[in-house]
Design a protein around this ligand. Structure first.
Ligand SMILES: Cc1ncc(COP(=O)(O)O)c(C=O)c1O
Length: 394
């Protein structure tokens, strides 16, 4: 019988760790050696291969998902005073990009099972000023895109998916990246495909892609690569006050190497999530996250475990602390936006205004789920969680 002491791991298991090997190192090194460091042929190739992977018409590489969402909103024509519907259960970026325009993020509650934006509440939040919806595929499981599309069509709204967690994911057999006006991916260090920092905008609309491309590099009509190579010229025109959001070739080289092993990394996360759920399903103190429907695909960026607090004698904070003492790193996704001081002060939100998000947030823990984890790492997490439950049953 293992005791709590024997369960303590020798080394701390981080919550997230990038799956980097010699291929990424070699690819990045070769870009550095080439002397061409910023957006160039590698970035072009990364865009083309990423678009092919998800089946999107166009892909524009940028330096974050935040930048991707900013550019998508810009291309959609958002203006000051407009409203954009955003789930409260998300990261800061999803709503802050709306504020960049002096527009208003209208925070909406989530479905209690999926923790994704609730279409019924979206419909109720639409006003004559609403211009867009930004659904978030929380943890890598898709929001109800068909229902959201019907609402968007009825009210002539743009749909911009925050797919920061959703590579590679599928909704009703269709790949995320092909479903809406814009899909914005993140390649942040903890994400399922990483370039350290980075992002991608996918769209089927060539004109909108061109607008994002221009605005991601100062509103300049020709990109730097074309300007400085033999096929380019010195001449350029600024057609709008753009931004500096381009992705470097260094980052793109890493992205290409990651893309080439994306399926393997995904399969490993599926296995880990499956082992967790098989173990935790048996414990009434725990509620494992829902799988994707049979015709969908969960990206498993996050494994969001919920605690049935009425069956436990400790709260979520203590649960996290107990796991930390066993050398297991965890996180919480997310502190709903309407609980944060900025949104409370600016829009007067109270915690109970969006009760589902408030309730679910208080009982959620995100467990490590990344392809670098060994079978022993996975077992350590299962043993640690099981031990904390066993010692703290009510
Ligand atoms: C749901 C969600 N949206 C957007 C972002 C922002 O991504 P990035 O850091 O690439 O800007 C994150 C980052 O963690 C996120 O979790």
């Amino acid at each position: 019988m293992s005791t709590t002491e024997t369960l303590v791991r020798k080394a701390f298991l981080p919550f997230a760790l990038a799956d980097i090997d010699d291929t990424e190192v070699a690819e990045v090194t070769s870009v550095i050696r080439s002397g061409w460091l910023t957006s160039g042929s590698k970035t072009g190739r990364f865009e083309a291969e990423f678009a092919a992977f998800v089946g999107a018409g166009h892909a524009v590489a940028v330096n974050s998902c935040t930048a991707a969402m900013h550019l998508a909103l810009e291309a959609s024509g958002l203006r000051a005073g407009d409203e954009v519907i955003v789930p409260t259960y998300t990261f800061a970026a999803t709503a802050e990009v709306v504020r960049y325009f002096g527009a208003k993020p209208v925070l909406v509650d989530v479905d209690s099972t999926s923790l994704c934006i609730d279409p019924v509440r979206v419909e109720a939040a639409v006003t004559p000023r609403t211009r867009a919806i930004i659904p978030v595929h929380l943890g890598g499981r898709c929001a109800e895109m068909d229902e959201l599309r019907v609402i968007a069509e009825r009210h002539d709204l743009c749909v911009i998916e925050d797919a920061a967690h959703a590579f590679p994911a599928k909704y009703k057999g269709r790949t995320v990246g092909t479903l809406s006006d814009f899909t914005c991916f993140s390649f942040y260090a903890t994400k399922t495909l990483t370039t350290g920092e980075g992002g991608m905008i996918c769209t089927e609309n060539g004109l909108l892609a061109d607008r994002c491309r221009v605005m991601c590099l100062h509103g300049i009509s020709r990109d730097a690569w074309k300007r400085y190579t033999a096929e380019g010229t010195w001449y350029y025109e600024v057609i709008a006050p753009g931004f500096k959001y381009n992705l470097t070739d260094i980052a793109s080289a890493m992205g290409l190497a990651q893309l080439h092993k994306a399926n393997r990394m995904h399969e490993r996360r599926v296995q880990i999530a499956g082992r967790y759920t098989a173990a935790f399903r048996a414990l009434p103190e725990l509620e494992p996250p829902p799988e994707a429907p049979a015709d969908g695909q969960h990206a498993w960026h996050l494994y969001i475990l919920r605690l049935n607090l009425d069956r436990l004698s400790i709260n979520r904070a203590r649960f996290i602390e107990e796991l930390r003492r066993l050398n297991i790193g965890t996180s919480v996704h997310f502190i709903p936006l309407h609980l944060h001081p900025y949104y409370r002060k600016t829009y007067g939100y109270e915690p109970e205004d969006l009760p589902v998000a408030y309730r679910e947030y208080q009982r959620e823990i995100s467990l490590p789920v990344y392809s670098k984890m060994t079978d022993d790492d996975v077992q350590d997490v299962i043993d640690a969680v099981t031990d904390v439950v066993a010692r703290n049953r009510r």
